[in-house]
Design a protein around this ligand. Sequence first.
Ligand SMILES: [Zn+2]
Length: 56
Amino acid sequence: MAINKEWHRSDRMPPKATRAQRVAWHAAHKAACGCRAVPMSLRPDVMKLLRSGRKP
Ligand SMILES: [Zn+2]
């Protein structure tokens, strides 16, 4: 999948992101863009967020 430049322009990872922020970023990123895989260490939390915390 190609990089979604528009999404990346408006959704930057905070410089000192907490784990929760990184999980939220990767969850949104996974839905919007396919340039990068979710890190293995964050994957369980990202999947959980994608299943339960879906935004309208
Ligand atoms: Zn991306």
